[in-house]
Design a protein around this ligand. Structure first.
Ligand code: PLP
Length: 385
């Protein structure tokens, strides 16, 4: 049997595109321009075109992208933002950085993304509480396209509009994913992308982008990312510093044309897992109708998750848990956000049962088989018959 031999995703990515990346870096070094120059402008144009969006604004990282999008949509102190608890800490860190309070709603058990019915109930419950001086006003909703599966944007946007809320998509895990042929990142008012090295489109350092079709919002985001400068040294509005650098932008320009084909490789790996694990007794990832999934993660569910993890580790298969503790139960955020009376049972169950198997565009069929066989040596004890 082939050894599993895990290689880090960024290392595989560099190996796959080494010559072009080396050239791109050298060109930037020779250009003498390192921040917000020609490469960033070109990447912003190309990334917006890829998404079929009007504007992309390069920023320092994905968390900043969320914060800038929130602030651009007018979210600040005294405001509240509805999001999910089963997500990366970054989603809620950005809400708090913007000065706002998180309101948590539950996920759909099959896709792990925001459940529209729960969203409606959460907003209704929140609004029905008598308003108080210190009670934050709901301003926005952040659905997360977790693991690369699009959230149910048609319904979420309709509900949010009905309550007069902005929609900001967290696309840190969904570069190239679409719903009804329309890219994630173009359904809401704004979207935030991360180019952290392990993402589907990842650089070799930090990076992010804010995306929108609205020219006014795009201009506001551009001002926020650099001291509110329309003209250098003159702040027309208070801003800060969160910029995409030229080397990252140049490297992302090399990678972007390969994103669709690399996402297709991820789907092929996912399909091999689906086949190889069909009789294993573990719950496989769901794929909703009209969705193009980009499998940032391949996440299975199993009640005895921790025992499976130990077993796979012993077989030489590295796994990860995305995410082990829902945000509303984390020490930093417990008792800080609003939770409806139904609680967040599906988020809490997911945190207990999810386990991410290795996946990357460069994973070989033999490696997928190795994982499936390693898992099959464990599963029968859990699922008799
Ligand atoms: C990675 C990630 C972010 C944050 O991106 P950074 O670039 O690391 O700041 C935000 N949300 C989700 C869901 C993520 O996976």
């Amino acid at each position: 049997m082939a050894a599993f031999l895990p290689i880090s995703l960024p290392a595989s990515r560099y190996a796959a595109h080494q010559a072009a990346l080396d050239t791109a870096i050298t060109e930037v070094l020779r250009s003498g321009q390192f921040i917000l120059g020609r490469q960033t402008e070109a990447f912003e144009r190309e990334f917006a075109a890829f998404l079929n969006a009007a504007h992309a604004v390069g920023v320092g990282n994905g968390t900043d992208a969320l914060e800038i999008a929130l602030r651009t949509c007018g979210v600040g102190p005294g405001d509240a933002v509805v999001t999910v608890s089963h997500t990366a800490v970054a989603t809620v860190a950005a809400i708090e950085r913007a000065g706002a309070t998180p309101v948590f709603t539950d996920i759909d058990a099959a896709t792990f993304t925001m459940d529209p019915d729960a969203l409606w109930e959460t907003i209704s419950a929140y609004q029905s509480h008598p308003p108080t001086a210190e009670r934050a006003r709901l301003k926005a909703v952040i659905p997360v396209h977790l693991y690369g599966h699009p959230a149910d944007m048609q319904t979420i946007v309709t509900i949010a509009r009905g309550f007069g809320l902005s929609v900001i998509e967290d696309c840190a895990q969904s570069h190239g994913a679409s719903l009804l042929g329309k890219m994630t990142g173009t359904w809401g008012d704004m979207a935030a992308f991360s180019f952290y090295p392990t993402k589907n489109l990842g650089g070799f350092g930090d990076g992010g982008a804010v995306v929108t079709n609205d020219p006014v919002l795009a201009e506001k985001a551009r001002l926020l990312r650099e001291y509110g400068w329309r003209t250098r040294q003159i702040s027309s509005t208070p801003g800060f510093n969160s910029r995409l650098d030229e080397i990252q932008a140049a490297m992302l320009r090399v990678l972007l044309p390969h994103l669709n084909e690399e996402n297709a490789c991820r789907r092929a790996v996912a399909k091999s897992y689906d086949t190889g694990l069909a009789r294993s007794g573990v719950a496989l990832p769901a794929l909703q109708r009209d969705c193009l999934h980009v499998f940032h993660q391949y996440v299975i569910r199993v009640a005895a998750r921790d025992s499976l993890r130990v077993h796979l580790e012993a077989e030489g298969v590295p796994t990860q848990i995305h995410y082990p503790v829902p945000l509303h139960l984390q020490p930093a955020y417990a008792r800080r956000g609003f939770i409806g009376s139904h609680g967040l049972p599906r988020s809490e169950a997911a945190a207990r049962e999810v386990i991410s198997l290795p996946i990357s565009p460069w994973m070989e069929t033999s490696q997928v088989q190795y994982v499936c066989e390693a898992l099959s040596r464990w599963a029968p004890q859990q699922q008799p018959g």
